[in-house]
Design a protein around this ligand. Sequence first.
Ligand code: 4NP
Length: 149
Amino acid sequence: MVCLGNICRSPIAEGVMQHKANAAGLDWIIDSAGTNSYHTGEAPHRHSQAICKANGIDISDQRARKFVASDFESYDKIYAMAGDVYLEINRIGGGHADMRKVDYFLNELEPGANASVPDPWYGNEDGYEPVYDMINATCEKILSKYGNK
Ligand code: 4NP
């Protein structure tokens, strides 16, 4: 799960997807990263932590890190939260990474639409609930698509 800062959107996606996978008895390893390093080492934004906590998910132990080229080797599937993030993932991959592994996160809800999860960093706390709902619905879709053991 990849966004820009790895403090607002992708930590929610990591927390929600890991929670659903665990609850379904799947051994999926979910991780998140940001395409920039402005917040490396920081815990998720307090509003991201709060909306997850309100939904029974604790993401306080997560720490921001930058997306690296070796993530293409480490993970089967890479989701970009937004269009700018998708382009940065490709750039960090050096132009020769396997971009078939990468998709817009919201394409799992609306295939091919290439829509972006709005960045709540630029607004107030009210922005986090719709973002959470969007992420939750998409994670549910991913679970139903790939979670059949
Ligand atoms: P995120 O939000 O990509 O959802 O973590 C952002 C957080 C910080 C910044 C941009 C987006 N920033 O520019 O510091």
